[in-house]
Design a protein around this ligand. Structure first.
Ligand code: C2E
Ligand code: MG
Ligand code: MG
Ligand code: MG
Length: 292
């Protein structure tokens, strides 16, 4: 009877859901060998300081080149990595490759003294009590200073694990690592944690940038308020997902410290990073020659 029910339950999935379930299982299975088969790689998106036009850092973003499904987005496979416990291994891999890339970039071109590479943290990594030790070891192995690394976490990740994350974030801060709140404003709306956690940067969520129809629209005012709040707490702000010149100009006028988005550069492959940074900095006086 139970067996029958089991079978019947299975049949309630329609064929597209069935395909989705099968695909997830398949991806979960394949992800186990993705690192050793060299299918994962990082792309890097420049972050530009609005006042100087300099590339202040780059964000590392993971990609999976699957032999049958092609390029798979992290929004599709990071959750699978979380569920299956592979996130720690993948997270360590990301850190390793990003720091390696940072050192070689630093050799190839003269980077500003406070240039950083930013990596995204996943919730499974934030609850790992060895996180700070792992990060410390990676920094030492690559001979990279803590301040050359920025770690991005989301508000909800922090809020879900308040007790653990506080200690872990403090330990990361002690290494000199910078901390950024990713997608700021899109999740949990408690602001109380901002005064308690050692946060350096707020990355203002793309949704605010998208809905900023004019400089005095409610969303623009909100961005202005976030910038002011961040400043008074000693944090800097990055606008995420800036796609147009108009948006870049408004963000600049609202006093946001930095810009990241397709308008300036899409994420690029490691081999192109050097040239991309050079091109961007040569062009940045055009971007920021705004009449304010
Ligand atoms: P995120 O950290 O908020 O990264 C920004 C995302 O916005 C990236 O998508 C980037 O390609 C995209 N983006 C940047 N500028 C623009 C723009 O102007 N317009 C639009 N439409 N999109 C823009 P991506 O690379 O697909 O990554 C998605 C998310 O996956 C990331 O969001 C991050 O949460 C997660 N992720 C990426 N790499 C890693 C990783 O190495 N580890 C972990 N745990 N998560 C990662
Ligand atoms: Mg991010
Ligand atoms: Mg983001
Ligand atoms: Mg995001």
């Amino acid at each position: 009877q139970a067996k029958m029910a089991g079978r019947d339950t299975f049949r309630v999935f329609d064929s597209s859901m069935q395909t989705e379930v099968t695909r997830r299982l398949e991806l979960k299975y394949d992800l186990r060998r993705a690192i050793e088969l060299d299918q994962l790689f990082l792309v890097y998106q420049p972050i530009i300081a609005t006042r100087t036009g300099r590339v202040e850092g780059v964000e590392a973003l993971i990609r999976w080149n699957h032999p049958r499904h092609g390029l798979i987005s992290p929004t599709d496979f990071i959750p699978i990595a979380e569920e299956s416990g592979m996130i720690l291994e993948i997270g360590a891999w990301v850190l390793d490759i990003a720091l390696d890339r940072f050192t070689s970039l630093n050799r190839e071109m003269s980077l500003d003294d406070d240039f950083y590479v930013s990596v995204n943290l996943s919730v499974g990594q934030l609850i790992d009590s060895n996180l700070a030790i792992r990060v410390h070891d990676a920094l030492v192995r690559h001979k990279v200073e803590g301040r050359s690394l920025c770690i991005e976490l989301t508000e909800s990740m922090v809020m879900e694990n308040l007790d653990n994350s506080f200690a872990i974030l403090l330990a990361l801060k002690e290494l000199g690592v910078r901390l950024a709140i990713d997608d700021f404003g899109s999740g949990y709306s408690s602001l109380a944690y901002l005064t308690k956690f050692p946060v350096d940067k707020l990355k203002i969520d793309k949704s605010f940038i998208d809905s900023m129809v004019s400089l005095d629209s409610p969303d623009a005012r909100l961005i202005g308020s976030i910038v002011a709040m961040a400043k008074s707490l000693g944090m800097s702000t990055i606008a995420e997902g800036v796609e147009t010149l108009i948006q870049a100009q408004r963000i600049f006028q609202l006093g946001c410290d930095s810009i990241q988005g397709f308008y300036l550069s899409r994420p690029v492959e490691a081999a192109d990073l050097h040239l991309t940074i050079g091109d961007l900095e040569r062009a940045s006086n055009l971007f920021f020659a705004f009449d304010v």
